[in-house]
Design a protein. Sequence first.
Length: 256
Amino acid sequence: MIWQRMHIIGTLLCLNICVAPGCTSLDDESSPRLYAASSTRDIVRAIQKVCPVQFEVTFAGSQTLALQIHHGAPADAVLSAAPHHMDWLDERRHLRKRHPFATNSLQVVQSPVAFSGRRPIDALSNAKSIVLGVPDSPIGLYSARWLELQHDRGHQNAVEEIRAKVVSYESNTRLVLQRILRHEADAAIVYRSDTHAFPNLRTIAIPRSETPDIVLTFAWLTGTEVEDQVRHQISDCFIGDHLGPLLLNHGLGMPR
């Protein structure tokens, strides 16, 4: 149902303009264009600085990018935060070979005035107001899976309290974090990479044993007309063990 609704919305998007909230685009049609998840903004900008080939980037939520690509947006490659959005594109034959780019994890982030708890579930249930990602966004999906796991582990009451205190669902993790930074909510679930640039934020890591596998994936699109040599050079900027230190510096991990 979610994808059916989003399919209808997708037909209304202006495909030559970045229209989603929190979405940015650089308009240079002479360079290959990467469509990248909002959560990858910092790492992609860092890669742009060291990559020997210039490429342009459009940032938005992975679900928005998938729909824009399906409806003919002028993208050459995609970097997604959610395997199911890549599966959706793959089923429609939009993708060439997919490559794991990085791994991420979840954290609970709190405003300075929020009551803290020792565990993520306590920090959220003690909060007065909570922000989560919309259900069809990667951060929304991963957050929902973690809450389901807590429910199954006997924290039914805490999970119900958390769901009742949600005051906003945002389309991507950047917008979720902004609500905390503006003190518009007490707590939220975001990616570890989101908080890496804000060392003074109060965060509680969600144990990796409780975190769904969060793998960011890079792929070229089947309709791209970028020359093979250029594609290989840009691919080398997103694939390989040499990325390890750069990923670590941005709160990400190497693909397993």
